[in-house]
Ligand binder design. Structure first.
Ligand SMILES: [Zn+2]
Length: 368
């Protein structure tokens, strides 16, 4: 990531980039929340002239995305006319494909859930019935007749998968999914833009720019396997092959027990063996050592813990991870906060579908 100097989060006064500038203003208005922002504040925040802001705001207002929010308190000169986001103007759908259930939400432009549903699912039954279930869920959440179609559908699925191509990899226990182009098939069936991402990435996207995963955060998942979602300076980090977050296969014990990945002594096999023995404090201690390696490497603000093993006994895992972090001399001066993830992988998936609408304040410009 290249932060360049000056340009930073700013917009650029060029007609070719009007889509970008619109996204910058929408990002500022979303971050500000009610009652909204004056044009001068928007110009400041976006690095645009007030005239440019007025033109862009007029386009956004014509699309119904922003509206005048009355007069704000005067800052000395004439009273400011505030502009606000119209959250209900558009919506997005997020879908979480778990091994045994499908959860879906419809969110407004502010990322607030306006409808949700949950149905049993057999992910192992393979692509065809699962695609049907997603299509049905999206239809069920479309809202009243006359509501504009969702701006997009975000789908969170178990990894590995290729985020760029939207193709599933060899998901452990589900060989019939390998190579299936889920994003393309869903986009064709739904007639909508679809984003496909790993469930762990959606988990760390939950809540958007102001959410629990904001800043530099890691989400650590303990379920049938161990994985991680990484958010670095606000951006999901997927890696060159969409394979970032293989947190569970860091080696903690060089001659340890064999792991299903073919290695030995991986964090995953050590931690899940302890879980299987019923020794949760030991599982938490092992998870904590892995978390401490990650924290030392990435210097994170927040560690979020989730997955069914954690959710069954969150206190033991939060305590164990905190203790492991505090015991590392290099990170004990200002250890990151450790908490149970608030859940909401479907919400995170919806957030990924909203992402193209916004450039969030503080986000480095794309392409540097
Ligand atoms: Zn392994």
């Amino acid at each position: 990531m290249n932060r360049g100097d000056g340009a930073g989060r700013g917009g650029v006064n060029l007609p070719a980039l009007r889509g970008h500038n619109e996204a910058v203003l929408l990002g500022l208005l979303r971050a500000a929340g009610p009652p909204g922002l004056g044009r001068a504040e928007l110009a400041d925040g976006a690095g645009l002239t007030p005239q440019a802001v007025s033109k862009i705001a007029a386009r956004l207002a014509a699309d119904g995305l922003v509206a005048d929010a009355g007069r704000g308190p005067s800052t000395g000169g004439k009273p400011r006319t505030l502009l606000r986001l119209v959250p209900g103007a558009r919506h997005a759908v997020g879908v979480h494909l778990d091994r045994d259930e499908l959860r879906a939400v419809r969110v407004d432009l502010a990322g607030v859930v306006v409808a949700r549903l949950r149905v049993p699912l057999d992910f192992g039954a393979g692509p065809e019935p699962v695609v049907d279930a997603v299509v049905e869920a999206v239809a069920g959440l479309r809202g009243r007749t006359g509501t504009p179609p969702p701006v997009g559908v975000g789908v969170a699925a178990p990894g590995p998968l290729d985020w760029r191509s939207g193709v599933l990899g060899r998901v452990t226990g589900f060989p019939n999914w390998a190579g299936f182009p889920l994003r393309e098939v869903l986009a064709g069936r739904l007639g909508l833009p679809v984003v496909l991402d790993k469930d762990t990435n959606a988990a760390v996207a939950t809540g958007g720019p102001g959410g629990p995963g904001a800043g530099t955060s890691v989400y650590l998942h303990v379920g049938t396997g161990l994985g991680a979602g990484l958010r670095l300076d606000g951006e999901i980090h997927r890696g060159a092959r969409s394979a970032a977050g293989e947190f569970g296969h860091q080696v903690l014990s060089l001659d340890g027990p064999p792991c299903r990945c073919g290695g030995r002594g991986c964090l995953e096999v050590l931690c899940l063996d302890a879980v299987a023995r019923g020794d949760l404090p030991e599982a938490a201690r092992i998870l904590g050592e892995g978390a401490a390696n990650l924290v030392a490497l990435l210097d994170v603000d927040r560690v979020l813990l989730g997955g069914r093993v954690v959710d069954a006994d969150p206190d033991i895992f939060v305590t164990g991870v905190r203790a492991a972090l505090a015991a590392r001399p290099l990170i004990d001066t200002a250890p990151p906060t450790v908490a149970q993830a608030p859940g909401g992988i479907a919400e995170g998936a919806a957030e990924l579908a909203l992402t193209p609408l916004y450039v969030h304040p503080g986000t480095p410009p794309a392409g540097g």
